[in-house]
Design a protein around this ligand. Structure first.
Ligand SMILES: NC(=O)c1ccc[n+]([C@@H]2O[C@H](COP(=O)([O-])OP(=O)(O)OC[C@H]3O[C@@H](n4cnc5c(N)ncnc54)[C@H](OP(=O)(O)O)[C@@H]3O)[C@@H](O)[C@H]2O)c1
Length: 282
């Protein structure tokens, strides 16, 4: 596992050629921000985006090429596909003319398999399928990446650098894991936000004014997340550290850790998301 540090910046800086970003919405935009923050020149980036945000359009003054005709794009080192999965069948085949023998294609589209991408481009295309998550927007995401057999070491290093710009990166060889990855880290931020909502609601039920309950829940979850991030301790130890025998935390954990408690509920939720991811992928 690596964090977005000097090696990622170096790897991006050493890029020859051009990065083509197709779709600069929430996730594509976050990735672009990460690349630029690592020092990649906007002049190295071609972005295709039907409704560019003003900040994206402003980058054209620093050399970013926005919505140029695809036939004018030369020597793409990487093509990053960040459009919605639903438009993939129309968008992905249009990118085939950009491919050279050096190009690696990185797709972050949920549920769009390597086989789909090979079919839409060409069977010998170097491809990486990846699943990021929304904390990418603040450089604190985690992405899992699965390459096909055509990806060279250099291409893998380039993709790693592109992904590390928004947080941690893990590689898997078994693409079949992507459904469970989607269920854990891709969808996971929603579970954490739900935890804040539920904790706030519970605080209100226990008699707190709603505003105060919301503030307490939000600060508790975000503060605990940061503590977990900075601490060398595992989550179970951190939990035990706030739990004295017979105390208030123990009383709550007796409920949350009961046979029908949080672990079982989370397991059912993750299995449901995994199943749904498989269904959507077809
Ligand atoms: N958000 C997440 O938590 C998350 C997590 C993991 C993976 N992903 C994946 O990331 C991808 C992007 O998600 P997102 O949340 O960033 O969605 P988004 O904000 O809707 O971004 C997609 C962008 O692509 C643009 N687009 C549509 N058609 C295009 C075309 N033909 N050529 C170029 N750009 C086009 C869209 O423009 P218009 O608005 O004009 O259609 C939009 O700006 C999805 O495939 C999703 O599965 C997202």
């Amino acid at each position: 596992m690596t964090t977005p540090t000097a090696p990622a910046a170096r790897a991006l800086a050493e890029l020859a050629g051009t990065i083509v970003l197709v779709g600069a919405g929430k996730m594509g935009g976050a990735m672009l921000d990460g690349w630029l923050a690592l020092g990649l020149s906007p002049a190295s980036v071609v972005t295709i985006e039907p409704q560019p945000a003003p900040e994206l359009t402003a980058l054209t003054s620093r050399g970013l090429k926005l919505n140029v005709p695809l036939k004018d794009v030369r020597e793409a080192s990487a093509i990053v596909i960040a459009v919605k999965p639903q438009v993939a069948p129309t968008v992905v085949p249009t990118l085939a003319p950009l491919l050279t023998s050096d190009t690696v294609v990185l797709s972050i589209m949920a549920g769009r398999t390597l086989a789909f991408l090979e079919g839409a481009l060409a069977p010998d295309t170097a491809l990486v399928r990846a699943m990021p998550n929304t904390p990418a927007a603040i450089g604190r995401g985690i992405t899992v990446a699965a390459p096909n057999a055509k990806v060279s070491q250099r291409q893998r290093a380039l993709v790693h650098a592109l992904l590390a710009a928004t947080g941690l990166v893990e590689w898997v060889t078994d693409e079949g894991l992507m459904d469970a990855v989607t269920a854990v880290s891709g969808s996971g931020p929603a579970y954490v936000f739900l935890l804040v909502e539920a904790l706030a609601l519970a605080g209100t039920s226990a008699g707190l004014p709603p505003d105060l309950a919301t503030k307490l829940a939000r600060a508790t979850v975000s503060g605990s997340g940061e503590l977990l991030n900075r601490s060398p301790l595992d989550p179970a130890t951190l939990r035990q550290n706030v739990t004295s025998p017979g105390g208030t935390t123990a009383a709550a954990l007796d409920v949350l850790m009961a046979a029908d408690g949080m672990a079982q509920l989370m397991s059912r939720a993750v299995l449901a998301a995994t199943r749904r991811s498989r269904e959507l992928a077809g």
